[in-house]
Design a binder for this molecule. Sequence first.
Ligand SMILES: Cc1ncc(COP(=O)(O)O)c(C=O)c1O
Length: 403
Amino acid sequence: MKIFDKTDGIKLLTADLKSVSMAPYGYLSPDNTAYVADFHKSMPFYEPTPLVSLSALAKKLGVKGIYVKDESKRFASFGLGAFKGMGGIFAVGQVICRHIGLDPQKADFELLTSPEVREKTKDMVFITTTDGNHGRGVAWAAHQYGCRSYVYMPKGSAPSRVQAIKNVGAEECIVTELNYDDTVKLTERIARENGYFLVQDTAWEGYEEVPQLIVQGYTTVGQEALDGLESVGAAPTHVFLQAGVGSFAGSIMGYYAQKLKNRPEFIVVEPSEVACFFHSAEVDDGEPHGVLSAENTMMAGLNCGVPSIGVWPVIRDLASAYIACDDDVTVEGMNLYAHPTEGDEAIVSGESAAVGLGLVNRIMGRESLTEVRKALGLDENSVILLFSTEGMTDPENYRRVVK
Ligand SMILES: Cc1ncc(COP(=O)(O)O)c(C=O)c1O
C-alpha cells in the first residue's frame, strides 16, 4: 500500500492486489445475473442509457478514450434521473416474489403488475432511508407495483429531494434530526415494529439478502456500458467508481471481474469527509471500518460513513486504488460536463456523479499530480470509463455551482 499526500484536493491510496478467488462474488457472475437484465428488459419503459464518448477531452488530456455512462437519462420521464431506480425496481420486485411465493427468477414485470398479483400485494408497505436517489427509486418502484412506501432522510436533506421523492409516489418522506447511518437504524426499527418491508441498499450483520438484490440490480447498468463500449470496439483499462456505502462500486467490480477477460483497474472515489473505503484500505486488516465526520459534503449520495458489509469483500479484493476528493473536484467535473470541450456532448451531471470527471481532468492536467497519474498508470493507452450516476437531482445546488 502507498499513500500520496493530499494534493489539489485529491488523496490517493494504491492497494497491493492479492490474487483472489471469484467464488464469494458468485452472485455477481454473468450467469447469476442474466435474469436481472431479463427482468429490466421486461419493463415496457426500459431503455439503456447512453454511453457518451468525450473524445475531444480525451485527446486534450492525452488518453485514448473517455466514456461516460449518462444516468441522468435513467427513467427520466418518471422524474428519477439516476441509476438507483435499477436496484429499487429489481429488489422490490424480488421481495414481492418471495412474499407471495412467485419464482423470483421467472416473474417478469407484467406478472408483478398484473391485477391478480396487485390484489395480493396491495397491503405491502416498503420503507427505506436515503440521501436522495435510492429512496426515490424505492418509492417509485413500490408505486409501480401498487404498494405504499415510507422514505426517511437524514438531517439537512434538500427540500427539492424530499419533494422529488413525494412526486414519484412515496406515501410520506420524513427528514429526521439524525445523520444517515442513524436514520438507517431508525427505519430498521420502524420496519420491525410495523411489519414493513425494509429495502435498504446497505448490508449489516443479519440484513444481507435485500442489499444483495439491489447490488445485483445494478449489474444491468454495468452490462449496458459494456455493450456501448463493444459497439465502438473499446475496452476499459480504468474504471472510476464513486462510493457511498459501496453497493454500486461493488456491483460493477464484481460483475466486470467475472465478465471481462482483461480486468481493468478499479478506482474507488469518495468525498474526503467520509472516505470509509479509503480508511478501511488504510487500516488494512481485512475488515471494513466506518468513519465519523461532522463535516458535510456536497456529494450527498456519497455521504455515508459506514461501508456495506455485503460489498466490502468485493471492493477490498478488487480495487486497485482509493481516492478521497474535496468538493471542488466534483464542482470542476459538473462544470466540465455542462460546458464540454468543443466537439463533445454536454451532460447534466449532479454532485455525486461528476467527481470522476473532475478527478481525471485534474490528474491528467496538473503538473502537481504527475506522481498520482503515474501511480494509476494513466497514459495515452488508457481507456477510461466513468459513470455519471445522476443528473440534476438537487436543482438549487446545481444552479449555484454550475456557472
Ligand atoms: C448519484 C449517486 N452516485 C453514487 C452513489 C453511490 O452508491 P452506493 O451508496 O451504492 O455506494 C449514490 C448513492 O446514493 C448516488 O446517489
